[in-house]
Every structure is written in C-alpha cells, then in structure tokens.
Design a protein around this ligand. Structure first.
Ligand SMILES: *Cc1c(COP(=O)(O)O)cnc(C)c1O
Length: 362
C-alpha cells in the first residue's frame, strides 16, 4: 500500500460529519427504549413460520418482488399490487426514498422526529431543510409548504416519533395539494392510534404512506417494512432498490402475521389500555410533564435534568430513551411495556425523582 492513502480525503464533507445511528447493546435491562412490542412472539405462530419456511427458503434467493406478501398486503389495504413496495425494515425504504428523490435535491423534514430520515438524507447526499413543529408540537403546515418549493421530497411522521401526536387529515391534504414533490407520511405507529392516511392515496398522486411490521406486529427482529403509493413513484424506487432486499424467511413470517392479524390487534388494544394507565400516573407525578400520545410510547419532561433521571433509571435496570439532539435534551421517551414493567417503571421513576430532589435540597 502506498503511504499516501488517506481515506479522509476521499470522503465527502456530509459523510465526515455524520454520526452513525447507534442503538447500543444493552443486555439484561428492562427495555422500554425502542417502542418494540413487549409481548413475546406467539409460540404457535412461530412454529407456523418454521413449518412454512422450506429448505429452499435457505438455499435459494428470495422472491425479489415478494409477490405473495404484496398480494395479501394489497388485498388488506384495498390497493393494487403495483402500489406497494417492501423493504428490509422501513429504514431501508427511507434510504431508497432519499436515493431516488433526495440525492442532489433538498429534502424537507418536519422536526423533531425520527432521526433516520436525516441520517439517510445525508448518506444520499441530499440537502436537509428542517421545518420545525410549532410549540404545541403540531406541524407548521405553512412552513412545510414554503420550504418544499423546488424540493425533492417532504418527510412527515404520524403519529410522530418521539412526540406521540398525530396530524390531522386537513393538514396532510393541505401539504399534499401545495407541494409538487412526493410527500412521505411514516405511519409506523398508526395501529395504535391517529388518522390513517391510506384513504388519501386515491386522490393524491404524490402521497407515500410507510408502514412496518416492527411495532404492532412484533417483528422488529426480522426487518419488514412497506410503503404504499402510486406506480409512477414505485417506478423510480425500483431503480434504487436492492434486488433481494427482503429475505425469504421474513417474507414467510410477514405472511403468517398478516393472516393472524386479529391476535396482534388484540395486543395493541391491551397496550393502549396500559398506555392510559401510564399516562394518568405520570400526569399525577410531581415534577413530571407528560404529553398525550397516539402511539405506543409517551414523551415526558422532568423538572430535574433528564440525563440524571435517565441514569437513575439505568441503575435500576430500566432502559428508556434519551436524545442526543439538543432540541430534545429536556425530554425522555418511554415505551409502553408489559403491565409489570410499567408498574416497576412508575415506581422507579418516583424513587429516582425523590432521591435526586433530596440531594438538591441539601
Ligand atoms: C420504529 C420506527 C420505524 C420502524 O422501522 P423499521 O425499519 O421498519 O423497523 C419506522 N419509523 C419510525 C418513525 C419508527 O419509530
């Protein structure tokens, strides 16, 4: 190798500044940090997945177009198969959207929101334009529309991660009608609440709705997401899609889950009931401000600095979510867990706050 090999000179500025997404690796903790489905995957269904996956699921390449899965998704959502694309998690679809419509363009992102939009926009070499939400956490529709002038893509999330609130149909329609670029609405949490915007597809050629099996459908580990839009948008996405992006085993698992949807929707109902219990308890807690949520998590603020509360909970074996983004530094986010986990969280949070308060008053 020559001595003048300097990788840093070969990498563009945007990539040099990019901080990779680091979900960390915490074992043995009560995980209330990633909005996963806390219920174990049903054993009977797991057996069904294993029985359905044949030897060829392993030695042959998977169906590149995931035909069977897309057929059943299309029937469920009452759209044409040409309107659906599946991905290795919605994360991959976000990257594909950025590669197709963001690269060399501006991408408007309504913030604060899921950090993967910004990361994938940067990877694709897009210029990010942030349209801040209003103080009440609602979308700033006018700001989004004016920022989208000449942009390649607008990215919204409803219910929004991490704020938990969802957008109104009138807001989304106004954005769709006044932007001449694709508008993504990430609906990863829509099974838990908020408006479902799929019914806007028929009238709006620039709408892209994203969904995932990672939250309500308990398949985060198998990485299955999909989007619904119009064939003319799919046409461009197929150019950047990895041919075998969704592995065969995950295709079988997704089909099995789809055919047993009711079981998962029953659990969603239970999680929503738990969310209300958690919300009411947090609302009563001194020094805590909690925000209403249409998703399976709650955003809250504490009178004591959030990092101290976060670390106090870690010492009690509880992992929740804090945020590196300085605009989110006062917030914490907790996923709705199993009833016992939620009880332990509430009890621990109270203890951590009391202990930290005593320390401060000495
Ligand atoms: C969890 C989450 C997803 C899901 O991503 P996958 O890659 O499908 O697991 C998508 N969008 C948002 C906003 C999320 O919070």
């Amino acid at each position: 190798m020559t001595t003048d090999f300097k990788p840093e000179q070969l990498v563009r500025e945007g990539l040099k500044k990019l901080i990779p997404y680091n979900p960390g690796n915490y074992t043995g903790l009560i995980k209330l940090d990633a909005n996963e489905n806390p219920y174990d995957f049903p054993a009977g269904l797991m057996q069904q997945v294993l029985d359905t996956a044949g030897p060829q699921t392993f030695n042959r390449y998977p169906d590149a177009m995931a035909e069977e899965l897309i057929n059943e998704l299309a029937q469920w959502h009452k759209v044409e198969t040409r309107q659906i694309m599946v991905g290795n998690g919605s994360d991959e679809l976000i990257l594909d959207l950025m590669l197709a419509f963001g690269a060399g363009n501006r991408v408007v992102i309504a913030v604060p929101t899921f950090s993967m939009y910004g990361i994938h926009a940067t990877i694709a070499g897009a210029e990010i334009v942030e349209a801040a939400r209003q103080d009440n956490l609602e979308l700033d529709v006018d700001k989004i529309i004016s920022s989208a002038e000449g942009a390649g893509l607008v990215v919204l999330c409803s219910p929004n991660n991490p704020t938990g609130n969802s957008s109104g149909t009138d807001q989304i329609v106004a954005i769709l009608e006044n932007c001449s670029c694709p508008v993504v609405v990430d609906q990863a949490y829509v099974d838990f609440g908020g408006n479902d915007f799929l019914n806007l597809l028929a009238e709006h050629r620039n709408l892209i709705v994203m969904r995932t099996f990672s939250k309500a459908y308990a398949l985060a580990g198998l990485r299955i997401g999909y989007l619904l839009t119009h064939p003319e948008i799919i046409f461009y996405l197929l150019k950047v899609k990895q041919p075998f992006n969704l592995n065969g085993f995950s295709q079988v698992a997704a089909l099995t889950v789809l055919r047993n949807r009711d079981l998962f929707l029953h659990r969603v109902k239970k999680l929503n009931e738990e969310k209300i219990i958690l919300y009411n308890a947090l609302q009563k807690m001194n020094g805590v401000r909690v925000y209403p949520s249409d998703a399976n998590f709650l955003l809250f603020e504490t009178a004591i600095p959030s990092m101290e509360v976060y670390n106090g909970l870690l010492k009690k074996n509880l992992l929740i979510r804090n945020f590196g983004d300085p605009r989110l530094s006062k917030y914490l986010r907790v996923s709705v867990g199993l009833p016992d986990e939620n009880k332990y969280f509430l009890q621990s949070l109270q203890q951590v706050i009391d202990t930290l308060r005593e320390k401060k008053s000495c």
